[in-house]
Write a protein that binds this ligand. Structure first.
Ligand SMILES: [Zn+2]
Ligand SMILES: [Zn+2]
Length: 282
């Protein structure tokens, strides 16, 4: 991919700019000269409000990619598809399955894709197919959806008490979790929703898949807020073994965690709604 890439944070937990809205959720807009892609849709549909204020026209989307099935990434799907009805849609089939969070000594909470989004997908299956991403899938030239990331590290887990049933009997390994890889002139750009696969697993896979070891940027949620000290230590060590130029942490990374990791990077930031990351063409 020789052309420029512009990435805008449309939904995040933090907002600093006036009039834009924040929520527990995530969505980002990716633009090249030829393609417009949305990764995730936030929780409630505020991405439409934020996109309008940021002069982003979601009616022209070429692709919508769902990083995984949790409600805070899929809740805006119905409203987005009402606008972008011609957009291609990419997700792992397991993203539609019911999902629960069951921390010890609490009642399980449903955290899967909200019913309107599921209905919307089922309806769409009849008319306009969505594309199942059970393996790496090219979304546009130089832009890949990883599909399920192999879990090779010993110290990474999904980052929560995630189950497929409301009795907490069947753990959810979140095999629907996937990331986007952009093969940009400055190196790979890795975009994550929550990185439930583990950011180090994702990086290993991205490097192996593309054969490129230079990482221009990691942008997105890393879901490390509940990570053990050991995991954080190992993650920090592992991140330093990759050639990473820039890291911008969002959403579920955990602010305290992000600051613990920051010293490992020259170019570190926390994402807020409306932030833009521009990677020029060479
Ligand atoms: Zn999640
Ligand atoms: Zn999330």
């Amino acid at each position: 991919m020789k052309h420029s890439v512009r990435i805008t944070i449309l939904v995040d937990n933090i907002v600093q700019r006036p009039r834009l809205l924040a929520e527990h959720g995530f969505a980002m807009y990716i633009e090249t000269p030829n393609k417009r892609i949305l990764l995730d849709t936030g929780q409630t549909g505020i991405l439409l409000h934020n996109a309008a204020l940021l002069d982003i026209d979601l009616r022209n989307l070429d692709a919508i990619v769902l990083s995984h099935g949790h409600y805070d990434h899929t809740g805006g799907l119905q409203q987005t598809l009402e606008l972008a009805s011609d957009s291609n849609l990419y997700l792992h089939p397991l993203a539609i399955k019911p999902k629960f969070s069951c921390p010890p000594n609490t009642t399980c909470r449903s955290i899967g894709m909200p019913q309107p989004a599921v209905d919307c997908l089922n309806h769409r299956s009849l008319t306009q197919k969505w594309i199942p991403t059970e393996q790496p899938t090219e979304i546009a030239p130089g832009i890949w959806n990883t599909g399920p990331n192999p879990r090779i590290t010993q110290y990474e887990d999904t980052g929560g008490h995630f189950y497929l049933d409301h009795s907490a009997q069947i753990p959810d390994p979140l095999m629907d979790d996937q990331a986007l890889i952009l093969d940009a002139p400055e190196g790979l750009i890795i975009l994550c929703g929550c990185a439930h696969s583990g950011i180090i697993n994702i990086l290993h896979y991205a490097v192996q898949w593309t054969g490129s070891s230079k990482i221009a940027a990691i942008i997105g949620g890393l879901h490390l807020q509940n990570a053990s000290e050991n995991r954080l230590y190992q993650t920090k060590l592992a991140l330093q073994t990759f050639n990473i130029q820039k890291i911008a942490m969002a959403h579920c990374t955990g602010t305290m965690v992000a600051y613990k990791l920051r010293e490992a990077f020259r170019d570190f930031s926390l994402c807020t709604v409306g932030d833009k990351y521009i990677f020029p063409a060479h």
